[in-house]
Design a protein around this ligand. Structure first.
Ligand SMILES: [Zn+2]
Length: 198
């Protein structure tokens, strides 16, 4: 998923610069200079690379300084949103206890990056639940809602009245559904860069 298509225009890429490892999320960093940029610096992840966009006239020293600043910013954002698969499984178990008297018993709960049209999915026969990585960074009650939703599918397939009756146990179902609808709608609007320096 391109992190920020509006920010992808610029001059041709220079050769990627390798930096010392700064944590699990960071690998190659590519700096792109743009003559259309006069003051702003922005950065985003593209696959396992990090793209940093800087004004064309910036000096090498400035470039190094900004790359460091932007990597720190991205890492700070990401550390807030990352919940590992183990924590996710624990959380699902806790939610099942809380709302379904522990009746929904997932065998595995994990993040997947190949699921862009659905927030979550489950395979009842295997007891496996998968959450889209696009939920990372969203409020906890939204991630919990998707977990509760998929847990409920372990008990009731489809979206009939019995299913929604189960979901009524989770007090923020409506709010979370509204949030997710808003995210889908916002995807179609022009938006600002994810991270911005200056
Ligand atoms: Zn469903």
């Amino acid at each position: 998923m391109p992190a920020d298509p509006l920010q992808s225009a610029g001059s041709p890429p220079r050769s990627p610069t390798s930096l010392p490892p700064r944590g699990p999320a960071t690998s190659a960093v590519e700096v792109r200079r743009s003559t259309r940029r006069s003051r702003t610096v922005s950065a985003y992840r593209e696959g396992d690379r990090t793209i940093v966009l800087i004004p064309a006239r910036m000096s090498e020293a400035e470039e190094q300084r900004w790359v460091t600043v932007m990597l720190d910013k991205l890492a700070a954002q990401e550390s807030k949103r990352m919940l590992g698969d183990a924590e996710l499984t624990e959380r699902a178990e806790r939610l099942s206890e809380q709302y379904f008297e522990g009746r929904a018993r997932p065998a595995s709960v994990r993040w997947v990056t190949n699921q862009n049209t659905r927030w979550g999915s489950c395979t009842p026969a295997e007891g496996s639940i998968r959450l889209s990585h696009r939920l990372q960074g969203m409020p906890e009650y939204v991630v919990d809602y998707v977990l509760v939703h998929e847990l409920a599918h372990l008990l009731v397939p489809g979206h009939g009245p019995r299913f929604w009756q189960l979901l009524d146990a989770y007090p923020r179902t409506e709010r979370a559904r509204g949030y997710l609808e808003g995210v889908v709608a916002a995807d179609r609007l022009p938006h600002l860069p994810a991270a911005r320096g200056e």
